[in-house]
Structures are given as structure tokens and as C-alpha cells.
Write a protein of this length. Structure first.
Length: 199
């Protein structure tokens, strides 16, 4: 980073913090002490979540990165999506989504990807497990990002390294998000994973 970039980054971080304070939001910053991790975000129940997450990430000194199918990044709009933090993943590739993401993490010294495990803001009945398997495969921590509209608090409230026993790690997530409420609590998905299929 050159001097001007550093100054602009600092000013943007300060402006984001000020904006959150202006609207009464409290910021929590219990981040992993490493430069590579995966951040999950919950509960996602409103289109207002996105601008808040942008401000939250800026206030924490982070840039928002999100995953999108590779077709979104073709043509002129691709440059816009990349500028907005999009990371393309190839559909129909020999390697599945998780394997592609693990490779991305292994190739970089610094990377923070944000994933919403609920998959939708309309209240699914379970969380998707892709984030867990990515973190386990890349040997990186999962940071627990949140938006709690009930207390007007947001940020990263801790992290953990997946043990490989997803059912044993689930209560940690359930306990953390139990008292966090989205803008539309009735649309929150249950913090649970679908049981593995047998046979």
C-alpha cells in the first residue's frame, strides 16, 4: 500500500465507525489473530443487512469479499462485481465449491471471505455446511459475524477452529447466535445442520 492508499483506508475506517455510532450501533471486534479466516454472518433477514455489513467491515479495517458464480463476472459487470469484493467460483468445475475455496485460501497469505450460512433472508430451516468444510479443509478459523438489531450491536464476536466433528461444534454456534436477532426475527432460520444421509 502506498501512503495515499493508507490514508484513504484510515479515513474510510474512521468514517464508517462514526456513521455506525451516529445511528446508535455498537461495534464488537473479537477477530481471529490471523490474516486468513472465513467469516459467517447471521442472522440475514433484511436487505438493510448489506449496507450495515459494509460499514461494519470498513469499521473493522476489513474489505467485504463474497462468493458468486463465475457467470456473474463476465463482461463489463464483472469488473464492477470484483470491485465490490466478489470472488468468482466456477460452476461445473472438476473441483466442487468447497475444494475451489480451499485452494483459494491455500494460495493466499491473506484472505477473509464472508458467507451467510442461512443461504437466504427468508428463513430456511437449516444452515448450509459449506463454510465449515472450507474452514476445516483450509485449516483456518471461522469468525462469528453478527447483526443484532435488538441491541443495535454488530461485529465479530469470536471465532473457533473446526474440530472435524460438526455436530460437536454446532452447540457453540447455537449458543452464540441464540440471543442475536435480525431485523425481521420471524424470518430467522434455525441454527442447525441437516443430518448426514445414511445408506
Amino acid at each position: 500500500m502506498n501512503f495515499i492508499t493508507i490514508v484513504l483506508h484510515y479515513l474510510w475506517q474512521r468514517a464508517a465507525k462514526y456513521t455506525l455510532q451516529l445511528f446508535g450501533w455498537n461495534l464488537v471486534a473479537d477477530l481471529p489473530p490471523v490474516q486468513k479466516y472465513l467469516m459467517i454472518g447471521a442472522h440475514h433477514t433484511s436487505s438493510w443487512d448489506f449496507p450495515l455489513v459494509l460499514l461494519m467491515m470498513a469499521a473493522l479495517g476489513l474489505r467485504l469479499h463474497w462468493i458468486g458464480k463465475d457467470s456473474l463476472f463476465k463482461g463489463p459487470k464483472g469488473k464492477v462485481f470484483r470491485w465490490l469484493g466478489g470472488v468468482p467460483v466456477e460452476r461445473g468445475a472438476k473441483k466442487n465449491f468447497v475444494a475451489q475455496m480451499v485452494d483459494m485460501y491455500n494460495e493466499r497469505k491473506k484472505m477473509v471471505i464472508t458467507i451467510s450460512p442461512e443461504g437466504t433472508r427468508r428463513g430456511g430451516d437449516h444452515w448450509k455446511t459449506g463454510f465449515y468444510h472450507i474452514a476445516q479443509g483450509a485449516k483456518i478459523p471461522v469468525a462469528m459475524g453478527f447483526l443484532d438489531y435488538s441491541r443495535k450491536t454488530l461485529g465479530i464476536g469470536g471465532y473457533f477452529y473446526p474440530t472435524g466433528d460438526i455436530e460437536a461444534d454446532l452447540p457453540l454456534l447455537q449458543n452464540f447466535y441464540a440471543d442475536k436477532f435480525g431485523r425481521n426475527p420471524q424470518q430467522q432460520g434455525e441454527v442447525r445442520f441437516l443430518p448426514k444421509k445414511t445408506g
